[in-house]
Write a protein that binds this ligand. Structure first.
Ligand code: SAM
Length: 276
């Protein structure tokens, strides 16, 4: 089977604008959210109204909110009670705003994804859409007090059992457990969409998307599409970057030190099916 690919324009507007008025303001505290436009594109492309969409690491509930808005029902799992409560509250905001879909969120471990799901949904899920936590610290929010730049909201939590803190090896083992659960809950022609970006540790590029392809194939999935979600806006012939202050700063420092780095301005959107 040929692996198809395409470029998804998910940053034509900054994510915070995509969320404004649709998500609770405290959602900004989560350090690794999916762009709402990315979730909406995946749900619109791979599901129909009335389908079930699940996210085993649902954070503040982007997948569930966008699914509800598009008339799909959602089921989410999140390890951190704080983010799970926010996901539930964001779904309630969407419902109050007229979103036709419903969603349930449970606090739990994605490795037990299938057993946490209501039995009647197992085998009925059209799409599992999720993005793993990676890197012990993310860029979070920045503010400037006139003299110094301050960082905040850079961590998912203080709980070292959160998969963000275990390193790439344990994360991939957990992703295999999660993917075996996904295989069980999906319909025969269901789809898994994983979004992840490569990142740098001590200057070296960590190819998480490539490793996730290996994990999914080991669980019996076939890579059907490898798309790029562009984290920059296209304006005519120009790209408007959406890179954070710290991404730009890190790259600037690397270049000054003679290392020819570029800002990473995309996320891989990996699409898997059960069959070729
Ligand atoms: C990249 S974030 C997902 C964000 C989400 N897509 C959103 O837009 O809010 C990954 C999430 O996985 C959660 N997580 C970490 N370990 C987990 C586990 N064992 N089971 C379920 N969720 C976990 C983190 O707390 C974090 O919220």
């Amino acid at each position: 089977m040929t692996t198809r690919s395409s470029v998804w324009l998910v940053a034509q507007r900054p994510s915070r604008e995509q969320r404004r008025g649709r998500y609770l303001p405290e959602s900004s505290c989560h350090p690794g959210k999916m762009a709402p436009a990315l979730a909406a594109q995946a749900i619109g492309t791979y599901t129909q109204p009335g389908d079930v969409v699940a996210d085993p690491m649902c954070g503040i509930g982007t997948t569930l909110v966008e699914a509800a808005g598009l008339g799909r029902d959602g089921f989410g799992v999140e390890y951190e009670p704080r983010w799970a409560a926010l996901a539930e509250a964001n779904v309630a905001v969407a419902r109050a705003g007229g979103a036709p879909g419903e969603a349930e969120v449970v606090v739990g471990d994605c490795r037990r994804f299938a057993s946490l799901m209501p039995a009647e949904l197992v085998g009925q899920v059209a799409l599992v859409l999720t993005s793993p936590p990676y890197g012990s610290s993310t860029h979070g929010q920045v503010s400037f007090d006139g003299r110094r730049v301050h960082k905040r909201d850079t961590h998912y939590s203080a709980d070292r059992a959160n998969l963000a803190y275990g390193g790439v090896g344990p994360l991939l083992t957990a992703m295999e457990d999660m993917l075996r659960g996904a295989f069980r809950v999906l319909t025969a022609d269901g789809v898994v969409v994983l979004t992840a970006r490569p990142w740098r540790r001590d200057g070296a590029l960590i190819d998480l998307p490539g490793a996730l392809v290996g994990a999914a194939v080991a669980c019996g999935f076939v890579l059907a599409e490898r798309n790029v979600a562009l984290l920059a806006a296209v304006r005519g012939h120009d790209l408007v970057p959406r890179a954070s202050f710290f991404q730009l700063n890190d790259v600037r420092k690397a270049r000054l030190a003679g290392r020819p780095q570029h800002v990473i301005a995309h996320e891989d959107v990996l699409v898997f099916r059960k069959h070729p």
